[in-house]
Every structure is written in C-alpha cells, then in structure tokens.
Design a protein around this ligand. Structure first.
Ligand SMILES: NC(=O)c1ccc[n+]([C@@H]2O[C@H](COP(=O)([O-])OP(=O)(O)OC[C@H]3O[C@@H](n4cnc5c(N)ncnc54)[C@H](O)[C@@H]3O)[C@@H](O)[C@H]2O)c1
Ligand SMILES: O=C(O)C(=O)C[C@@H](O)[C@H](O)[C@H](O)COP(=O)(O)O
Ligand SMILES: [Zn+2]
Length: 390
C-alpha cells in the first residue's frame, strides 16, 4: 500500500547492489529514426561521447528535477563538457504535477533563452515526469528538435524513455496533451537506481510485470523467480530492464503511433489513469506505477468477472504485485474514498475511447492480454461497485 514520502532516499532492500559486469544494447527499429537504448553501470560518465556520436556539434539543454539534480546532474554536466558539448540546465520541481502547461511553457522558454537551434537537443535527466515533459517541449519548440533520454527511475528505464510518447496532464486527465517524438538515444545508467526510494523502485516494477502479463508468460515466471534479486540490485535487475526494453521496442517498431497493437502497453492504465486523476495526481496518495499495479489487478479481476480468465491467474498476478510491495485494491489508496462516478468520468476521457465506446485491455490469462473494444459501461460500473464495496 502506498505509504510515506515517495521521494525519500533509501537503499531498497538494504543490500549493497552487486555490480553489473555487462552492458546491454537494444535497438528501436524505426527506419531513419531508429535509436539505441544503452543499459549499464556508470553510463552517465559516457553521456558526452555517446551524445556527440549521434548528434555531432549539438548544444544541449538538460532538463531535470530538484531531487535528481542533487544526485546525478553534476556527473552529467562533467561528461558533456568533457566531450566539448556546451550545455545549460533547467531544474524543475519533482513530481507528477510538473507535467503541466505551466512547466511546458517554462521548458520551451528555456530552450529559446538558450538560443538552441533545431539540430541542438534537449536532454531529459530524471524519471518519466521529466522525460514526458522535456520530450514534449523538444517536440514543439521550433516544431521539433533533438531529444535524448537519460532515465533515472526504474519506470523510466523500462518504459517511459522508450517509444516517443511525450506529453502533459490536465485536470481533465492524464497525458491528454502530447506528441509522438522519438529520442535519438536512451542512456540508462542502472547505477542511478541505487538512490531511488523503495516505493519508487516498486512503482517502476509494476511496468516490468506488465510486459510479462501482456504476452510474455516466461518473463512473468522469471520475475516470480528473481524478484528478490531484482530488488536487491543484482545482475537480474539489468536483465529485467533489457527484456522490458526489448518487449517495448518490438511493440513500438510494429505500431509507433498506436493505431492498434501498441494499445496493449496500456494494460492496467484505463483504471490506473482514472485513479491518478481521482487523487489529483497527489504522489502522497498514488504514483503512476502504483495506479498501474491496481489497474492490472483490476483488469485481471474484470476479465474473471466477464468469464474470460480464471480466478487462479488473477490471484497469482495480485500475489506477485503484493509481494513486490505494490497495491492491488482501490481501498489501498490512502485518503478520502474514491467514488464510482469520478472513475467513470475519467474513463470516458481515456484516449482509447473510439466513437464513444470504451476500449479495455483484458486478458485470457497470464501473458494472454488482448484489446477489447466496445466494452459495455454498465459492466464496468457493476464491476467497480463490487470493487469499491470491499
Ligand atoms: N511516455 C511513456 O511511454 C510513459 C510510460 C510510462 C509512464 N509514463 C509517465 O511517467 C511518469 C512516472 O514516471 P516516474 O515513475 O519515473 O516518476 P517521476 O519522474 O515523478 O520520478 C519519481 C520520483 O523519483 C525521483 N527520482 C528520479 N530519479 C531518481 C533517482 N535516481 N534517485 C532518487 N530519486 C529519483 C524523482 O525526483 C521523483 O520524485 C508518469 O507521468 C507517467 O504517466 C510515461
Ligand atoms: O508507450 C505506451 O504506449 C504506453 O502506453 C506506456 C504506458 O506505460 C505509459 O504510461 C503511457 O504514457 C500511457 O500512454 P497513454 O497514451 O495512455 O497516455
Ligand atoms: Zn505507464
């Protein structure tokens, strides 16, 4: 259940992480816009040479948040200047509420103030909030300029830094304003995860589990066997990041702008995004990965209710998420109770709604998720009433 300050630093699981002896590289195949995802220890120190190799001559604006700036910005700035890259920096407040029009305006203004040209680049150093916001700023400033992701949360390393979805929230819903804009490089320094709070590490793990639940049952088995090692920072952590990136890269390569199969990556998000909006994006109550965890548990239980999946599979999924310290019930969210109408209103704004009809990602079992269009709102309401009465 969500509890405590999501940004309180602590070494998760209290273990000294084993060093990863191997780097991984995953390619996102998008023709002329293909790019590498580099995964390994200490990669931030190589950021200057890796950026210069892909964007020769570019100057950069680094966008980060206050927490990440204190922990990891210095090394990035040294790496950039060491490679002869001129940089300026914008430091924004940490947290989901930074994905706003106000901070988009600040970010674009910083790009213009630095007199960056279209061939220059924005470098996002941080979690998914900074990646989504800075990526969107780089998509709209000068109608699109260079963009590099240096993700520092597990969630960003396995999901948000890959695939080019950028955007901001509005009070009416999550990510309702945005653009597809692919990075030129994703540089995932897994050592940055050592400073992440246990709560934020667990939140990112929900998106890792998601890939197993979509269509990789073997990966779900791997996660069941290796969860403790992943949380302790062993080599299995980088392995799980690599497999997650491979899974996402394959989906994105097949359907970059979500005309079909990419929507499977939204497993758990129809409910999850509605919950995030319902709490006003208040991280003290719920962060994105926790919303996805509850949403995936709900999607499995909803599938059981519709006669599609077995209670045994839904139970196995919820048990794994709970063992990782993640919430699986709406009632686990602290604070005032959330009403069915609030959730239905948010669900009606979901971007997968087509001609007024709801689309959910449902499942026939672990690793057997599918897109279900035309879901009856009355079925959803009945299901939510059951869930909210518990
Ligand atoms: N674009 C996509 O495809 C995509 C995919 C998944 C999620 N998202 C979005 O990503 C966002 C969530 O991202 P997130 O979970 O990374 O949240 P976040 O960016 O808010 O980061 C979580 C917290 O961790 C702190 N932090 C970041 N790196 C740290 C580090 N190395 N050490 C210590 N603290 C650190 C941040 O300051 C913040 O307080 C949501 O807005 C979600 O909608 C986007
Ligand atoms: O990359 C995708 O596609 C995803 O759906 C990944 C999700 O984990 C992520 O939260 C994404 O931002 C959701 O996108 P949205 O289109 O539902 O806003
Ligand atoms: Zn997500």
């Amino acid at each position: 259940m969500p509890a405590g300050d999501p940004s309180a630093p602590a070494a998760h699981a209290g273990h000294a992480p084993a060093r990863v002896d191997k780097e991984h590289s995953v390619r996102v195949e998008l023709g002329a816009r293909s790019y590498d995802i580099l995964i390994g220890e200490g990669l931030i120190d190589r950021a200057g040479t890796e950026v210069a190799a892909r964007l020769p001559g570019a100057r950069v604006l680094v966008v980060t948040d206050e927490r990440v700036a204190k922990l990891h910005l210095g090394r990035l700035e040294i790496a950039l200047s060491g490679a002869g890259i001129a940089s300026s920096t914008l430091v924004l407040p940490a947290g989901e509420t930074t994905k706003s029009f106000a901070h988009l305006e600040r970010s674009v203004d910083a790009i213009l103030e630095a007199r960056l040209e279209r061939g220059d680049a924005v470098v996002a150093l941080g979690g998914g909030v900074i990646g989504d916001l800075a990526g969107f700023a780089s998509a709209v400033a000068k109608r699109g300029m260079g963009f590099v992701q240096v993700p520092t949360t597990l969630l960003a390393q396995v999901d948000s830094s890959v695939g080019g979805k950028t955007g901001i929230n509005t009070p009416r819903g999550k990510n309702l304003v945005g653009a597809f804009h692919q990075p030129a490089l994703v540089l995932s320094d897994v050592a940055t995860l050592d400073t992440l709070s246990p709560r934020e590490f667990a939140a990112g793990y929900a998106e890792v589990v998601k890939y197993g639940l979509i269509d990789r049952p073997d990966f779900f088995d791997f996660l069941e066997k290796n969860r403790a090692a992943i949380f302790a920072g062993g080599p299995e952590r980088a392995e799980a990041i690599r497999i997650s990136c491979e899974a996402k890269a394959a989906v994105v390569a097949a359907d970059e702008e979500e005309h079909g199969a990419r929507a499977l990556l939204n497993l758990g998000h129809t409910f999850g995004h509605a919950l995030e909006r319902a709490v006003g994006y208040d991280a003290a109550r719920l962060v994105h990965g926790e919303g996805v965890s509850i949403g995936m548990a709900l999607a499995h239980r909803f599938s059981v209710k519709l006669g599609l999946a077995t209670g045994q599979d839904a139970g196995r999924v919820a048990a794994h998420l709970r063992a990782a310290g993640l919430p699986t019930e709406i009632s686990a969210i602290p604070g005032p109770a959330i009403g069915r109408e609030t959730l239905m209103e948010a669900i009606a704004q979901d971007k997968k709604v087509s001609r007024g009809r709801l689309t959910f990602i449902l499942t026939r079992g672990i690793g057997r998720s599918f897109l279900a269009g035309g879901v009856d709102p009355a079925e959803v309401e009945g299901f939510l009433d059951e869930e909210l009465s518990q």
